[in-house]
Design a protein around this ligand. Sequence first.
Ligand SMILES: [Fe+2]
Ligand SMILES: [Fe+2]
Length: 208
Amino acid sequence: MEEETPTEAFTYDHPDNHVEQREQISSQLRASLFEIPRAEWRASPRFRGEAEFWMQIHEGLLKASATLPAWLKQFQEMDDMGTMRALSPRIARLGSDLVHHAHGHHHIEDHHFFPAFLRLFPQLDHALEMLDGDHKVLAEVLDDLEAAVREFPVAPEGTDKAQSDRAMREAWLKGAERLLSAAERLDALFIRHIGDEEEICIPAMLQL
Ligand SMILES: [Fe+2]
Ligand SMILES: [Fe+2]
């Protein structure tokens, strides 16, 4: 791999940078960051307030993105129609709430947070460009999750109960499989993106 100098253009699609391929923040990008280890963030007098609040939002998003696949796996193991009937609307609500919250959070970051950061810390330009690229990938993944939530059946119908239960269970399991793969993809990307976003932005916030 060639060494990049800071003046070279940043390429998001490079395996070192793409959210679905990178395994860490590259050493080139890391060199532009403020170095405060994660374990020391909370002890900073500047942590309380915005940095803490922002990390709480992330915690909520990560908790929801981990809960959705966990519930879906439980759902796939169920053989009682009553329990499935009770859990299916909760799964759909969790999925749509997660999509809604993630879009709202990314909107604030894209339009307020990142532009302000770039003005204050121009040396973070490539790191912020990477986070912006992540958001574009995440937008597609969220669209896919939203479609899977929409397709997931929550209101069983039918007159012949035995027949409709069988058909309903089949439809549920098919919907759950599709939803699970979208939810697991989002969860993996969130863990990568949110973790790196904090590594990039929190030490900078602690300078303010
Ligand atoms: Fe983000
Ligand atoms: Fe974020």
